[in-house]
Unconditional design. Structure first.
Length: 443
């Protein structure tokens, strides 16, 4: 009798232990940088709390790191063998980390019907190592009131009708005014006292090379094997971009631009009539000035030889050192899904990563037919432009894009300010560029 009771007690104890084990969650970590501790940190923690409460298998703990020094922090953790399981990276970091054997192959992370678009896939040695959770691309923003006042048609919003570079400059001249009200295409225009610039094409280090692709050249070939920045077409495009300030007198200098406020305030104040930047500006900056009367539109970039834009998006990946790859993938699928990103999507910061959200007007209207985006009829051609005319920023496939850009940018302000020509500058910097490129290009 006593032995029977002992057996029963033993069985109950084993059952309790097994029950406790089955209830125990797998612990994984997720690392992300922040710019504002109070708001961003609380939002990220709230998202983790929602995931942790949504299922009983996985518990995610966020690791929040200041944006400045994020790369250094990751490298320090890698050297110490203390990397987190999952991470958000800056675009320029992903392939470098993959080349250092830090990122896991994530080709099996999504089922076929939930796969992000190929253009949002960071690839190393033929394998996906990270995905962007949303799509952003370069466009042309403009102040509608300034165009109306000048009785000029708005910039085209479809690739088929994209302005040529010559047309872009001609319109920009009509919108560039000096303190006496004369425009840049009129006699007596005072280029030393400009109060309204017709246009500015963003010369940020990763944005401006899109003009080289538009002109039939490029920064590098899409397979990452050939450097193209020294091609005549690329050099010509660089010089045409510099000439917006140097010769056409329609754009601010680099130093003047750096002293200007955010894009919404530049457009609202009439300091600049047209400005290129990323899709995200609608949800980050432009929305802030709508209440003050900003009426902005979105057009496609002007073309040199072909209509083209850059696409990109912050990558999310899994470190190879994780001991819980399956659970890490499950969390990342949840975290990067359109459902979890819906606020950023409808808020005008990113576009969906999956093609099913573009299959017809009804699917697109769910996320694109609302402020701060322009009316859907105006914005739909822009969506098609992003889908059909975008090429990847090379950080999707080239190991060392940041370092290559650092070399290219080391003295490029001399081109933008007219101290040297694009041809002379590229000739001067090319040996150093080629050496760096050859050391990092795809084999």
């Amino acid at each position: 009798m006593k032995s029977s009771r002992k057996i029963v007690v033993a069985v109950l104890m084993i059952g309790a232990i097994l029950g406790m084990a089955s209830a125990q969650k797998v612990e994984i970590t997720y690392m992300q940088w922040y710019n504002n501790t109070e708001s961003e940190g609380q939002e990220i923690q709230a998202t983790m709390d929602r995931f942790n409460a949504s299922q009983g298998k996985i518990h995610v703990t966020p690791i929040l790191v200041p944006r400045d020094g994020y790369e250094t922090k990751v490298n320090t953790m890698a050297a110490a063998g203390q990397l987190p399981d999952t991470t958000m990276l800056s675009e320029a970091m992903a392939i470098e980390f993959a080349a250092n054997d830090l990122l896991a192959d994530v080709s099996s992370m999504y089922p076929k019907d939930a796969m992000p678009m190929k253009s949002l896939t960071f690839t190393y040695n033929g394998k996906p190592v990270a995905y962007s959770s949303g799509d952003v691309f370069l466009v042309l923003y403009y102040n509608k009131k300034l165009f109306d006042a000048a009785k000029l048609p708005y910039p085209p919003n479809s690739a088929e009708k994209a302005w040529t570079w010559k047309q872009f400059v001609e319109v920009a001249k009509k919108l560039t005014k000096d303190r006496n009200g004369k425009t840049a295409d009129q006699a007596g225009f005072d280029a030393k006292n400009i109060v309204q610039y017709g246009a500015d094409f963003n010369r940020l280090w990763w944005m401006w090379p899109i003009v080289t692709y538009s002109n039939g050249g490029g920064l590098m070939s899409p397979d990452g094997k050939n450097l193209l920045i020294d091609r005549p077409e690329s050099v010509e495009a660089m010089q045409m971009l510099a000439d917006l300030y140097l010769k056409d007198k329609v754009a601010p200098s680099v130093s003047d631009k750096n002293a200007m406020p955010s894009i919404d305030l530049m457009l609202l104040s009439g300091k600049v009539a047209m400005q290129t930047s990323g899709h995200w500006e609608m949800g980050v900056a432009l929305k802030n000035s709508l209440k003050d009367g900003l009426q902005y539109g979105v057009g496609v970039l002007p073309k040199m030889k072909k209509a083209v834009t850059y696409n990109t998006g912050a990558p999310y990946g899994i470190f190879k050192s994780t001991k819980h790859l399956g659970e890490a993938m499950e969390f990342m699928r949840w975290y990067t899904s359109e459902k979890q990103q819906w606020g950023n999507i409808t808020g005008g910061i990113i576009m969906p990563s999956n093609l099913k959200y573009y299959k017809d007007d009804a699917a697109m209207k769910e996320w694109a037919d609302m402020p701060p985006r322009p009316p859907f009829a105006e914005f739909k051609p822009i969506i098609q432009y992003a889908l059909n005319n975008a090429i990847q920023v090379p950080w999707y496939y080239f190991n060392g894009y940041q370092g290559l850009s650092d070399v290219l940018e080391s003295g490029i302000d001399n081109v933008w300010n007219g101290k040297t020509t694009a041809k002379d500058y590229i000739t001067q910097i090319m040996p150093q560029l080629q050496k760096y490129f050859d050391a990092h290009k795809a084999k």
